[in-house]
Design a protein around this ligand. Sequence first.
Ligand code: NAD
Length: 302
Amino acid sequence: MTALAPPATIAFIGLGMMGRPMASRLAGAGFKLRVFDLSQKAVSDFVGAHPTALATASAKAAAHGANALIAMLPDGRAVRAAVLEGRDAAADGLGAGALVMDMSSSNPVDTQKLARDLAAKGMALLDAPVSGGVKRAVDGSLSIMVGGAAADLERARPVFGAMGKTITLCGPAGAGHALKALNNYLSAAGVVAMCEALIVGENFGLDPGTMVDVFNTSTGKSNATEVKGHQFVVPRNFAAGFSMALMAKDLRTAGDVASHLKLHVPNLEQAVAYWAAADGKLGKGADHTEIFRYAEMLAEED
Ligand code: NAD
């Protein structure tokens, strides 16, 4: 199997907060892109900035003649619709032997089914969710967690190498998505712990900036304190670029994996409920770092 090296043609579906910079890295590396998003503005903005990319009107049209397809969509349901089941789904446009890469944070149990369904059509699937946020998508240093066959990863390595710095084969289909959901459970737990510590400390009279500085040189250090404290929470700009709805979805996914395996994990179950309630309270469009505002509301309740 030949590696997907530039100038191979890639259909890229989903040009949101993450998809846009990731596709931009691929264009910069010399891949030919056929792009689609349900938002026409997302498509026209992208091709405006990258004239070598071709705008298309459906996932099927994007897939036509492409060597591979990348989905960077909200969840596995959207991926299944775009790739397999929706009107003008991509699988009808891709040729046999094409490689599909789901880089969204999808539910791993659904991914196992998608892998079987695509295999029946002669197509391989890699789940390849990412971690690192918008900043690391822009500079091409994402952590990419891959599920699927080792030979398919070798085929995709030049594609992933243009977007990420750490590429880890985690196991068979679904393994990348399972690890990603569990990673985000840890990440979310760190953010909530930092927010609650800041609220208690501030009420005691501590300076929040000093608190974050001390956490970062002490055992309380985490990704939350290092890349979200000074940047988004203390100045209250809440501009991390990862929505609360998507974080709540990732927690739900981690919880679903545990229930699927009939495991009782009380802290995870509590985190699922906490983020779902925060998402319901703060509404559409909230950034996940606004969990600080939710923690403040709870702290001030009688
Ligand atoms: P986003 O909401 O900014 O972008 C999603 C895009 O998909 C939108 O432009 C939307 O119009 C498009 N879309 C939705 N359904 C579609 C369909 N059926 N066909 C075509 N286009 C469709 O989301 P995002 O922040 O870019 O996240 C994408 C995925 O990456 C999610 O699974 C998220 O959990 C994950 N993720 C996000 C971050 C982050 O920091 N934002 C980091 C790591 C992983």
